[in-house]
Design a protein around this ligand. Sequence first.
Ligand SMILES: *Cc1c(COP(=O)(O)O)cnc(C)c1O
Length: 371
Amino acid sequence: MSVPLLDLRPQYATFADELRPKLEKLCADQTFILGPAVEEAERALAAYCGTPFSIGVSSGSDALIVSLMACGIAPGDEIVTTPYTFFATAGAIARLGAKPVFVDIDPVTFNIDAAKIEAAITAKTKAILPVHLYGQLADMASICEIARKHGLAVVEDACQAIGAADAAGKRAGSFGDFGCFSFFPSKNLGCFGDGGLVTTNDEAKAKRVKILRNHGMDPQYYHHLVGGNFRLDALQAAVLSVKLPRLDGWTAARQANAAKYAELFAEAKLLDTVQLPSAGTGRHVFNQYVVRVPRRDDLVGYLRAHGIGCAIYYPVPLHLQACFADLGHKEGDFPEAEKAAAETIALPIYGELTEAQMREVVSAIAAFYAA
Ligand SMILES: *Cc1c(COP(=O)(O)O)cnc(C)c1O
């Protein structure tokens, strides 16, 4: 039996009948850019994230860029962030001519180590950009406290974390000045292409993002700001409106799978070998299920040869990426990020995974370490 890392088809089958007429209506009307379908999705998504405002945008990457633009980030500014994340986090900073200032991660959660942030703050620092990696909140209480003390903006990269929450139930994207979400198909709430969202608690900030999303135009053909085309389209918004009411069910299935893995790894007596993800005290939404393992690269080769889907998120920490060579970093600068990049592997966790498939994954890992 082969087990894919992700298969979206069984999920699609559960809402296809509800979605199709909505897409057909938009096609019949030939209305595709912004409009009521986008506004409907924005209202529902804002309510879901626990923020009064949300603005649909073209991708998670653009959510980050437009949020940083709305913070007034300019060339020479410094933004404190994590080196262990998808490239877009630091890419957005660099695109605005600002400098990503990396801070090492906590080895247990893989999120930015809040205790190390203050040492990275300089007179040029304008914002902190934490990532809620794999679907687990960064330490937002500490991060927001540091930001307040130093007068910095907070932009949350919540692309992997829609619905994640702290122990009090406060959700990803509702802590900072802006929350950035991605609807890339492999995220917990994916659309049928690229899409994203910016959340905020502040009406003036929401208005600024809304204007920047559409070339800084306000009113039409009058530009006080230079923005871009960061618009969400109506077809993607319709997909999101149909999928969102089902998201909590899909998240519960991911969490149940994580609990089942814990059982299966214990049963296979692998808990001394495979370090399972920490669920923490809040709501982990498990966009990825990432374990730390010995002989990682050999295990990846073995699993692939045996038809078990897996991936490395991410093999090269951002401070060692070629495009950031001018930052002058070297190996050893952020040892925990480098260790995580060398020792972790993501296993299949999507909600429709069967117990038999999960047993297959765990027994393949057991077979590898028994050899
Ligand atoms: C997916 C992702 C992004 C980018 O989102 P896109 O919609 O693909 O542009 C940014 N940051 C993180 C952490 C992500 O996982």
